[in-house]
Design a protein around this ligand. Structure first.
Ligand code: ATP
Ligand code: MG
Length: 327
């Protein structure tokens, strides 16, 4: 049975304007997200994960331009929405947990003030009602003594607790979609696992769709239904999680997974593949992974492969070109 997607990203292109030059950092990204599914977007630092997420909600820095594409939420193109329409959608329909916690929590307001303000900005409820809901939310994300904690400031919370507060803020309005950009990067491994479990439980309880952004494949494996691998601003592979982790098609994904099992679990970065990721904005004519790929042929460095469909998977690699294709 096919379900109509809650979010459809079509050929999203984002560039940075620098010294009269356009640096293309997202080179035409497309995917669909269905209600209640978790999509992990994985990739090395600089691959375009955060820029893509900010682009979805038109929250990009001033130097960035969306140079093409569509972002359809329930059929409505968010890129063509007015600032007011976007304000209604952000937080209430699509919420985001930012990579930088200081971008979400205001240090001079108590946690309670921030939650109450968020709740009252979208719902006409009394302060008392909002405070009651805020306590419920803090309780839900596992903050002990929520009544007392409401009057405390973010600096009085540990890193893991701040992360829980950010999840509570994002969930305050029961959004349809939660975008979580590296929500556990700053935390130690045990707390990471707790937060991940919490997110998965709440996602199932609320029936939310989630875009989970991470450089950590192990986290993606723990939470995702589907995985999209970004490299140099391009989708290299997209597949249901169980397929991607058991039968990765792209040599890049194979490299990432291969080295994952051989390195310490404590690794904070994607495991090493020889060579460096491409410099964004200086695209090579061919596959951006070709310079690091042990299986690359001459064609790979000359011509960018399209995304080939293989069953329920997509892969951008000439090795996966179907026989008889005209590409
Ligand atoms: N404010 C900015 N000005 C100029 N370039 C930027 C800016 N923000 C991001 N970029 C560029 O856009 C590209 C993608 O960056 P992005 O932050 O999306 O990477 P990322 O995949 O989220 O990496 P990380 O894992 O480090 O968070 C990079 O080349 C980066 O240098
Ligand atoms: Mg990022």
């Amino acid at each position: 049975m096919s379900v109509s997607p809650i979010l459809e990203v079509r050929n999203l292109q984002i560039s940075f304007v620098e010294q009269n030059r356009n640096r293309l950092v997202l080179r035409g990204l497309s995917y669909s997200l269905e209600k209640g599914r978790v999509l992990a977007v994985v990739g090395e630092s600089g691959s375009g994960k955060t820029v893509h997420a900010l682009g979805l909600l038109s929250l990009l820095p001033a130097a960035a331009r969306i140079s093409g594409g569509e972002v359809r939420y329930k059929g409505q193109n968010l890129l063509a929405c007015s600032a007011e329409q976007l304000r209604q959608i952000r937080g209430a329909k699509i919420a985001m947990i930012f990579q930088d916690p200081s971008a979400s929590l205001n240090p001079v307001l108590t946690v309670g003030q921030q939650l109450i303000e968020t709740l009252r900005a979208h719902e006409s409820i009394s302060k008392e009602e909002a405070a009651r809901k805020a306590i419920e939310l803090l309780d839900k994300v596992g903050i002990p003594n929520p009544e007392k904690r409401l009057d405390e400031y973010p600096f009085q919370f540990s890193g893991g607790m701040c992360q829980r507060v950010m999840i509570a803020m994002a969930l305050a309005l029961k959004p349809d979609i939660l975008i979580a950009d590296e929500p556990t990067t700053a935390l130690d491994v045990t707390i990471q696992a707790q937060i991940l479990r919490l997110m998965k439980d709440l996602q199932q309880e609320y029936g939310m769709a989630v875009i989970f952004i991470t450089h950590n494949l192990a986290l993606a494996a723990a939470i995702a239904d589907d995985v999209l691998v970004l490299y140099g601003g391009l989708c290299m592979e997209q597949a249901p999680a169980e397929k991607l982790f058991t039968h990765p098609l792209h040599p890049y994904t194979q490299g990432l997974l291969g080295s994952l099992v051989s390195v310490s679990r404590k690794t904070e970065h994607l495991p090493a593949i020889p060579g460096n990721p491409p410099i964004a904005g200086e695209p090579l004519p061919g596959c951006p992974f070709a310079p690091r790929c042990s299986q690359a042929t001459e064609k790979c460095s000359q011509k960018l492969p399209p995304l080939f469909a293989k069953g329920s998977c997509y892969v951008r690699c000439w090795l996966e070109e179907p026989h008889g294709s005209t590409h």
